[in-house]
Design a protein around this ligand. Structure first.
Ligand code: PBG
Length: 356
């Protein structure tokens, strides 16, 4: 057979296979998301995320230490408060759950890099990512004249009660306040995940005004309205009490819109752009990487974790191999940073030479 080019030549030997690898990974690219709950002596397993726990501040150190031992030095904090209200005031309270966790983690683990999720949904009684507009139904421009004739009720029933409007601009103030309070308590980086327009600019201005010029913003810029967040909402008790998040999170039919979101956030001062979820959105990682010059993060969310765990428990897939392959696919797509509940396992696999 006359064949000059034989791609298999580069696959015949393990040393050679590793030599020609195009994707290299390192534990320093991993961020572990951790749930911190109000209370003491709590380490409770999250039913829909077997192997993941909610920790009270006094017990989170167990996990932080084992992460550090595995070589994972970055965590993303999510708070579970014991009280919620309409304005999500627990998000920016001086003694809020995240603020307490940050102070303690800074003291006990000075080598750990602390990132916080900045959002209202875990803190609002209604579970939305911002404060609700005063009127339950926003008047669409086409109906303005009818509304002015006083038929607001009729319009409301025509549009359906499920119309939820989160007040974008009033929410910005609260997000900025939350970011500043995290920085004050010791956050090294803040990561807004609310999907309000203009929040990166608002947070940047507020941080700068308070002297936190060097606290970077990792923006969940390209965040889709996704069923993959299901187990997280169970873990954090943050499912919306009514309606859904489609009026602020992105429609998964769209990719050019994701580029628009990413470019806007870079312009507003985002230091890192995140695409979320990971697995079904790797095309966006590649596209955003091409059009920006900031690091790109990819967040493998709770539903991705739950599917792997469930498949493995049923014996349908090999957990370790699937974790490795999934992680590498995100890096191959172009991400620089990978947020994952499997961070500790992946660091171990890298160390053992299973991937890397
Ligand atoms: C907060 C937030 C969510 C996630 C990260 N930050 C939930 C949501 O938007 O509903 C999801 C993380 C995961 O599913 O692992 N807004």
């Amino acid at each position: 057979m006359d064949m000059t080019i034989r791609p298999r030549r580069l696959r015949g030997n393990e040393v050679l296979r590793k030599m020609v690898r195009e994707t290299r990974v390192d534990a320093s690219s991993l961020i572990y998301p951790i749930f911190i709950k109000e209370g003491t002596d709590i380490k409770e397993e999250i039913p829909t995320m077997p192997g993941q726990y909610r920790y009270s501040v006094d017990r989170m150190g167990e996990k932080l230490q084992s992460l550090l031992d595995a070589g994972v030095k970055s965590v993303m904090f999510f708070g579970i408060p014991d009280q919620k209200d309409e304005a999500g005031s627990g998000a920016y309270a001086e003694n809020g759950i995240i603020q307490k966790a940050l102070r303690q983690a800074k003291r006990d683990f000075p080598g750990m890099y602390l990132i916080t999720d900045v959002c209202m949904c875990e803190y609002t009684s209604h579970g939305h990512c911002g404060v609700l507009a005063k009127s339950p139904v926003e008047t669409p421009p086409c109906c303005a004249s009818a509304a002015s004739r006083g038929s607001n009720e009729k319009i409301a029933s025509r549009l359906g009660a499920a119309q939820v409007t989160v007040d974008n601009d009033r929410t910005l103030e609260l997000l900025a306040k939350t970011a500043v309070s995290h920085a004050r308590a010791g956050a090294d980086m803040v990561a807004p995940s609310d999907m309000m327009d203009g929040r990166v600019a608002a947070i940047r201005a507020a941080l700068d005004e308070e002297g936190f010029l060097n606290v970077p913003i990792m923006s969940y810029a390209v965040k889709y309205a996704s069923a993959f967040y299901g187990p997280f909402r169970d873990a954090a008790g943050s499912a919306p009490a009514f309606g859904d998040r489609r009026s602020y999170q992105m429609d998964y039919h769209n990719s050019r819109e994701g580029i628009k979101e990413a470019l806007l956030d870079v312009e507003e001062g985002a230091d890192i752009i995140m695409v979320k979820p990971a697995m079904s959105y790797l095309d966006m990682v590649t596209r955003i990487k091409e059009v920006t010059d900031v690091p790109i993060a990819s967040y493998s969310v709770s539903g991705e974790y739950a599917m792997i765990k469930a498949g493995a428990q049923l014996g349908y897939i090999d957990e370790e191999k699937i974790i490795c392959e999934t992680a590498i696919s995100a890096f191959r797509a172009g991400c620089d940073i990978y947020l994952t509940y499997f961070a500790e396992e992946i660091a171990k696999y890298i160390h053992e030479g299973k991937i890397g």
